[in-house]
Ligand binder design. Structure first.
Ligand SMILES: Nc1ncnc2c1ncn2[C@@H]1O[C@H](COP(=O)(O)OP(=O)(O)OP(=O)(O)O)[C@@H](O)[C@H]1O
Ligand SMILES: [Mg+2]
Length: 242
């Protein structure tokens, strides 16, 4: 089953294109990576997937719905962790989880989620007092407490220490084993290589290439996803400079 179908998506801010004709599909159970340079259009694209932004043109279908029109219905089935999203500074960790769980019809046990994500020791801390990595962890737990069919994670491990990053990878691996579909925006190619079935390389508002990490390496005549990424993004940048 196709969970996400994006066709010729376009979105501009004040007349400047941010996403300029992007098409891709994601199948059920797939972990789909989104990588690309700063300003490539990754966050704008994932925001369109969850109905936070309305496309200027093109079509977006997620779980059979149109996100911009059916945002509330979709939110029951999709968990999202957005880049730099904030919670009220005085909201405590346990309160946030309980609150989010209450939003969903069939949530996970929020106390179990608290433990699973290592948030037990900081359950009484206010969001505003958390470290960057602790905020990330909480955001991820909040994205999952509703037992979503699809999770959209925008730079989920940015700012995490290496141990926390590995732990997060293991948890994402667990999601995958449970059949959850995931869209993972990341700047870490080793992360994309370890977790993603397929990866889309965004450059200047378009997808420069999409495929398995191995396919991308082969197609660019390089040895790794990291090398493929550099080749693809640098060539798109050279085009722009011309
Ligand atoms: N709210 C906004 N208003 C105006 N321009 C915006 C807005 N959000 C994003 N942009 C612009 O759109 C382009 C794409 O931004 P986007 O956030 O989608 O990139 P990104 O690929 O997620 O980058 P990063 O890796 O830095 O997170 C950038 O040029 C950015 O400056
Ligand atoms: Mg971004």
């Amino acid at each position: 089953m196709t969970v996400i179908e994006v066709t010729e998506l376009r979105k501009a801010y004040h007349g400047t294109p941010a996403v300029d004709g992007v098409s891709f599909t994601v199948e059920q159970g797939e972990t789909f990576g989104v990588v690309g340079h700063n300003g490539a259009g990754k966050t704008t694209t994932v925001e369109c997937l969850i109905g936070l932004r309305r496309p200027d043109s093109g079509t977006v279908r997620v779980l059979g719905m149109e996100p911009a029109r059916q945002r509330r219905a979709l939110a029951q089935r999709v968990g999202a962790q957005l880049q730099e999203s904030e919670l009220p500074a005085r909201l405590k960790v346990a309160e946030a989880l309980r609150l989010y769980a209450a939003f969903y019809r069939e949530p996970d046990d929020w106390r179990a989620v608290l433990q699973r994500w290592g948030l037990g020791p900081i359950r009484g801390k206010s969001f505003g007092d958390l470290s960057g990595g602790q905020k990330q962890r909480l955001q991820l737990a909040l994205a999952l407490v509703g037992r979503p069919e699809l999770v959209v994670l925008d730079e989920l491990t940015t700012g995490l220490d290496p141990v926390a990053r590995r732990e997060t990878w293991a948890l994402i691996g667990g999601l995958k084993a449970a059949g959850t579909t995931a869209v993972l925006v990341t700047h870490y190619m080793e992360e994309a290589e370890a977790l993603c079935d397929r990866v889309a390389v965004f450059a200047r508002g378009r997808i420069a290439a999409v495929g398995t990490p191995r396919e991308l390496a082969e197609r660019t005549g390089t040895g790794s996803l990291e090398q493929a990424y550099l080749a693809l993004v640098e060539s798109a940048m050279r085009e722009e400079a011309r």
